[in-house]
Design a protein around this ligand. Structure first.
Ligand SMILES: O=C(O)CCC(=O)C(=O)O
Ligand SMILES: [Fe+2]
Length: 333
């Protein structure tokens, strides 16, 4: 099931559709150089800002990204592309060791330059936001294997596969896109993706999945009591191109038939899954309403050279979350 994106006929300076419907742009060296110069300008500002005001700073700065990259991202957003990738983005040559967990990354500020790459590109696709209940309310998350979480159901796991899921399935304000920037991936560990359009489901099951017969729970990466369950359907929106809300590990059916439908849906999503191997400098966007994602199990090294991704949540319009809250903030929950 593993596909290495970009093994097709693409070359530097192109954008195209790779084998399994992953749209991809490969930056030319000159374009990567343009991104480097923009990062140099932004770094001074970044060090003196909190995450919220940094995000405000980054959006106008993103207008300075290479034109072809901006057009690729804006077009992907416009046509609701499901999985799309930017390759050839700069990663520091003197990258520090992979942190032993996200809290260590928070303490040291490791990978700030890479966080800016992610925020710059991401801001053209959506508004970055975060959860007060996750990774201490940080805007940019670190995804790296932690020894104490090897068998957990969180992104810090390694020995246990991360099952296919909608990010933050419990929350009505969950992300439109999950965005992952790869800093290291020495063992070519794949991110799995599965599109609802590729899942084979009977008309009866589809109909059941459209009913309010499911409860969605906060996953184990959320701490405290602020994150709460909610109920609703699994499928909604246009029948021909439905939206999906699914995480078998953190949802339950409200009756036996709904519970059975969860199992059937999981099987069909698994059967339709493909793997995307991110390489350093690859930035992936996954539509959190059309695609579920996960990760295969792997043996972590815990030697400072482990797989390391930076992650942000993007919403197509942050104001949708303000409608039901009493503050304007990028931190939800
Ligand atoms: O590590 C990965 O490839 C994906 C992990 C994941 O599900 C996430 O970070 O949201
Ligand atoms: Fe995830």
């Amino acid at each position: 099931m593993t596909m290495t994106v970009g093994r097709t006929t693409e070359s530097s300076g192109t954008s195209s559709r790779a084998g399994t419907d992953v749209e991809r742009i490969v930056l030319a060296p000159a374009e990567a150089g343009e991104v480097e110069r923009l990062l140099d300008q932004l770094l001074g500002v970044a060090r003196s800002r909190d995450a919220g005001s940094l995000a405000e700073e980054v959006r106008p700065a993103a207008e300075g990204l290479p034109l072809r990259l901006r057009q690729f991202l804006v077009r992907a957003r416009q046509r609701e592309s499901e999985v799309f990738l930017v390759s050839g983005l700069p990663v520091s040559t003197d990258l520090p060791p992979t942190p032993e967990n996200w809290a260590a990354a928070e303490r040291t500020g490791a990978g700030l330059r890479e966080e800016l790459v992610l925020l710059l590109c991401g801001s053209l696709v959506g508004d970055p936001f975060c959860w007060s209940t996750q990774q201490n309310g940080r805007l940019v998350h670190d995804v790296c294997p932690a020894p104490q979480a090897a068998n957990s159901k969180t992104s810090a796991s390694s020995l246990t596969a991360l099952s296919l899921h909608t990010e933050d399935v419990h929350h009505p304000c969950r992300a439109d896109y999950v965005s992952l920037f790869c800093l290291r991936n020495p063992d070519a560990v794949a991110t799995s993706v599965s599109r609802i359009d590729d899942a084979v489901l009977s008309p009866e099951t589809r109909q059941l999945l459209r009913q309010d017969r499911f409860r969605f729970h906060p996953d184990d990466s959320h701490t405290g009591t602020a994150a709460r369950p909610s109920t609703g359907p699994v499928l909604f929106g246009p029948a021909a191109q439905p939206y999906l809300r699914f995480d078998a590990e953190f949802m339950s059916g409200l009756d036996d038939a709904a519970s059975a439908a969860i199992g059937e849906t999981e099987d069909s999503l698994r059967a339709a899954a493909t793997g995307v191997v991110l390489k350093p400098g690859d930035l992936a966007f996954v539509d959190n309403y059309r695609v579920v994602h996960g990760r295969r199990a792997f043996a972590a090294r815990f030697d400072g050279q482990d797989r390391w991704l930076k992650r942000i949540n993007l919403t197509r319009d942050l104001r949708n979350s303000h409608r039901t809250r009493d503050v304007r903030s990028r931190v939800i929950g």
